[in-house]
Ligand binder design. Structure first.
Ligand SMILES: [Fe+2]
Length: 399
């Protein structure tokens, strides 16, 4: 059933993301053309969308059908399949990575939101999906997923080994390094080697409607503005207007326009750090759709790609003449860290009350390893940790 366009949103509040036609990746000329577009988009917006990526609309819908069943599995039956505790604040982070990155369900209400409210999102994470033994023990997964593990694995493996790989090659062209460098250095799959393999999490994510009084308290925000921790994130484009991205230069929020069958791609923190801030790890959020689309669900397939956990997160790793020339070097205040460390620390901050207990759009800032956990001001290269301490409430995290 086609979902009608909203008549309640001003078209100037909707951004049509730069569209990359991946059928052009076949030729060197096509890749150069795409790389030019990608550079402009990733160094400003941090977002693009991709079509002709090799997954049909029909196949995507079949996987979404599975996602709907998995996310609709009754709340009270989710316990054996939880990624962690029932709430973020109750999580013992010494023994659990938490539901942001752990395998399994994040139940509804896990995250704290503003004004004493809880989220209404159910997600299910599939970890280690690029390894050859994914799905070998079906009993690990909730019953609605078990008959479909092969389909789920194939879907996400295509994202990693085909779409991500081609995106990395375009990144190489932008960074003026040999094609294959970014993928081989950071994302290449080394079977069952958790430290040295590129990896990722396939996530099914269903947003339930919030009660009206919660929407009123939170201005309709269903998922607060944030950046992702990892490499590149891939999300199925949705016909309802609810995903928004924040323009770095003006602070204005734009709805992301829908392109049927497209994958929306955004930069995560790891790629921002690896490019010394040249690529922008964009702040994005999800809000309640406009009233004339309120009857439709937001159900997305997401793939959070992650560089190998052992990779150092600084721009020296890729040895890019372009980054050198533009002056994107490791800032003095950064403490050296690996990708795995960042993923752990960032994940555990996401839904915590202390971080989210702020007025307005921006959460309280946290400094971890000499870096701000969310960087809402990154177009201003003078907005260092020291500057942030002068103007914002900053939480210092001991690690
Ligand atoms: Fe996100």
């Amino acid at each position: 059933m086609a979902i009608p366009d909203s008549k309640l949103v001003d078209p100037s509040d909707i951004i049509q993301l730069p569209l990359l036609d991946f059928s052009l990746t076949e030729t060197a000329e096509g890749r150069q053309q795409l790389a030019n577009k990608l550079e402009e988009a990733f160094s400003t917006l941090g977002f693009v969308s991709i079509v002709n990526h090799g997954i049909s609309i029909d196949e995507t819908e079949k996987v979404r059908g599975v996602a709907r069943e998995v996310c609709s599995y009754p709340h009270e039956l989710q316990e054996p399949y939880l990624a962690g505790a029932w709430t973020s604040d109750a999580e013992n982070r010494d023994i659990s990575p938490g539901a942001e990155v752990g395998q399994g369900y994040k139940p509804r209400g896990y995250w704290s939101m503003q004004h004493g409210t809880r989220d209404a999102i159910v997600h299910y994470n599939f970890n280690n999906i690029v390894y050859s033994d994914f799905g070998a023990i079906p009993e690990k997964y909730p019953p609605p997923a078990r008959p479909h593990l092969e389909r789920i694995g194939n879907y996400y493996r295509h994202v990693h080994t085909s779409i991500l790989q081609r995106l990395c090659d375009l990144t190489d062209i932008v960074l003026e390094i040999p094609e294959g460098t970014t993928y081989d250095t950071l994302y290449k799959v080394v079977d069952k080697d958790a430290e040295n393999s590129g990896h990722g999490t396939g996530r099914f994510m269903l947003y339930h409607k919030q009660p009206q009084e919660v929407d009123q308290k939170n201005d309709g925000k269903w998922l607060r503005g944030h950046s992702d921790s990892g490499g590149f994130t891939f999300i199925t484009s949705q016909p309802i207007l609810s995903l928004q991205i924040r323009d770095y230069f003006t602070g204005k929020w734009f709805y992301v326009g829908h392109v049927p069958g497209a994958l929306i791609v955004n930069i995560g923190d790891a790629m921002e750090f690896l490019t010394g801030g040249y690529f922008k790890s964009s702040i994005h959020r999800v809000i309640a759709p406009p009233a004339d689309q309120a009857a439709y669900e937001r159900l997305v397939l997401i793939y959070f790609s992650q560089p190998r956990r052992s990779a150092q997160l600084d721009p020296e790793q890729l040895n890019s003449p372009k980054l050198d020339r533009l002056g994107h070097k490791t800032p003095d205040e950064w403490v050296p860290i690996t990708c795995g460390q960042w993923q752990n620390e960032k994940g555990r901050l996401f839904g915590q009350t202390e971080v989210n207990d702020s007025e307005g759009d921006e959460p309280n800032l946290v400094v971890v390893y000499g870096r701000l956990h969310e960087r809402w001001h990154q177009v201003n290269r003078k907005f260092t940790v020291e500057e942030a301490r002068k103007t914002h409430k900053v939480i210092e995290l001991k690690v």
